[in-house]
Structures are given as structure tokens and as C-alpha cells.
Design a binder for this molecule. Structure first.
Ligand code: 13P
Length: 252
């Protein structure tokens, strides 16, 4: 049985005190959702410590949105994987399309970040996904294949056993335009096949999340698909009620 995961990527939103209120709301309502769902919240770095305190005693887990490619040293403005792990993070989002697009993250950088994550006991949530031009040109399969081959294929079997993938089509992020459940299933199944080509039967255990305008009204239909194991949620993760309602997309 693969893990079911609903992860909130808060991006660059909320002030620390607002983040604490949001986390408290998730903790308070969590009992209304199937205990089979693993909830993860990923606030900005600046809130990690306070949000960790708000999550204490609950099963809602903490993740960061990024980490540095290096272990430590003269890298002004960077935050090391060891630092976020020390604040209680269990997960780190890596390779988000916004990082690839706006901050020039390449597979080369991401290989180093993945190594840092594993070296510090963090589970990477590795994001893949095509942009609109690539989708319209029918290149989406090739794009995600390359994003997996160039990074995930470098992992050991042991590392791969501790990996979450998020498929996020760039054209669906923050646009209100969601992939259909069929489109999600089609590419999730493809991703699993690409993973199986390298890691064999272990690919059946890797959670693959869908991300891109996922909301309470469409989560259940998307999550019902065989190869969709949950969601990486942006905008709708900023309201505890909506985030929890997305979790209810999995039956109790
Ligand atoms: P939205 O849910 O706001 O479309 O964002 C998705 C996303 O990028 C999550 O990482």
C-alpha cells in the first residue's frame, strides 16, 4: 500500500503568526479526515520553528520548500538541509517549477540538493512537470522522463525507497486550470513506468502526487485514479478548511 499524502506548499505567503494560526487550524481539523492521509505543511523557512511547535503532538508533518546544494559555509542567503532538519522538517520540496524557472535550478544543482537532503535524513518531494508549450507540442512525456532520468536515476535503491514525486504541470499551477483526472492518471502511470525501468518493483511503492490548481471540488476525482497518491497543494493550502477538505478526497 502506497502512502497517501496531502502536502501544502505555502510558497512565499503568510507571516509567521499567520502561519501558526494556519498550522493550528490544520491540526484542529485533522481528525475529521481519514488517518490514512499523511498531511505535510511546507511553510517559508522563517516560520519553520514556530510551525513545528504548533504541530507538536499531532501527526501533521513539516517540510521546507527548498534547501541549499552545499552542506555549509560561505553561501550568503542559503539555508542548509541540516538547518531545516534541525528545526523538525521531515521533508523538503526540490525542483519545484518556480525554482527551475525563476532561479535557474538545473538537474546538476538538484542532484546536489538531493544528496544534501538524504545526508540529513530528509525525504525529498521531487517535482517534475512540463510547461504549456511542451504540452501543446506533445513533449510532456519526454520532459518528465528527462527530469527523472537526470536526477532520480542517480539515487541508490535505498534513497529511492524514501522519495516522493510530485507531478505539477506548469500550465496548471496557480492558473485555476487543472489537469483532468485522466490526464493526471496517464502521466502518473508513465512516470511510474519510467521509475520501474530503473528501480523495478520498488516503483510500485513510490508516492506520486498531483499538483496544479488542486482544490476541494476536484481532489476526490483526481485522487481516485490508480497512480495518483495525493496532492501538492499551493493556493488551497493557505486555508485550513480547504486543505483539510482536499484530504477528504480520500475516503475515511
Ligand atoms: P496551486 O495549487 O496554487 O496551483 O499551486 C500548485 C503548486 O505549485 C504546489 O507546489
Amino acid at each position: 500500500m502506497r502512502k497517501k499524502i496531502v502536502a501544502g506548499n505555502w510558497k512565499m505567503n503568510t507571516l509567521p503568526a499567520e502561519g501558526v494560526v494556519l498550522a493550528e487550524g490544520v491540526v484542529a481539523g485533522r481528525g475529521e479526515v481519514c488517518s490514512c492521509v499523511n498531511f505535510i505543511v511546507c511553510p517559508p523557512f522563517t516560520h519553520l520553528s514556530e510551525v513545528a511547535a504548533a504541530l507538536k503532538g499531532s501527526d501533521v508533518e513539516l517540510g521546507a520548500q527548498n534547501c541549499a546544494a552545499e552542506a555549509k559555509g560561505a553561501y550568503t542567503g542559503e539555508v542548509a538541509a541540516s538547518m531545516i532538519a534541525a528545526l523538525g522538517c521531515k521533508y523538503v520540496i526540490l525542483g519545484h517549477s518556480e525554482r527551475r524557472q525563476y532561479y535557474g535550478e538545473t538537474s546538476e544543482t538538484l542532484n546536489k540538493k538531493m544528496e544534501q537532503a538524504y545526508a540529513n535524513g530528509l525525504t525529498p518531494i521531487y517535482c517534475v512537470g512540463e510547461n504549456l508549450d511542451e504540452r501543446e507540442a506533445g513533449k510532456h512525456f519526454d520532459v518528465v522522463k528527462a527530469q527523472i532520468e537526470e536526477v532520480v536515476y542517480n539515487l541508490t535503491a535505498e534513497q529511492f525507497a524514501d522519495l516522493v514525486i510530485a507531478y505539477e504541470p506548469v500550465w496548471a499551477i496557480g492558473t485555476g486550470k487543472t489537469a483532468t483526472a485522466e490526464q493526471a492518471q496517464e502521466i502518473h502511470a508513465y512516470i511510474r513506468k519510467v521509475l520501474a525501468d530503473k528501480f523495478g518493483a520498488a516503483a510500485a511503492e513510490c508516492p506520486i502526487l498531483y499538483g496544479g490548481s488542486c482544490k476541494p471540488s476536484n481532489a476526490a476525482e483526481i485522487f481516485a485514479k490508480e497512480d495518483v497518491d495525493g496532492g501538492l497543494i499551493g493556493g488551497a493550502a493557505l486555508k485550513a478548511e480547504d486543505f483539510l477538505a482536499i484530504g477528504k478526497g480520500f475516503e475515511k
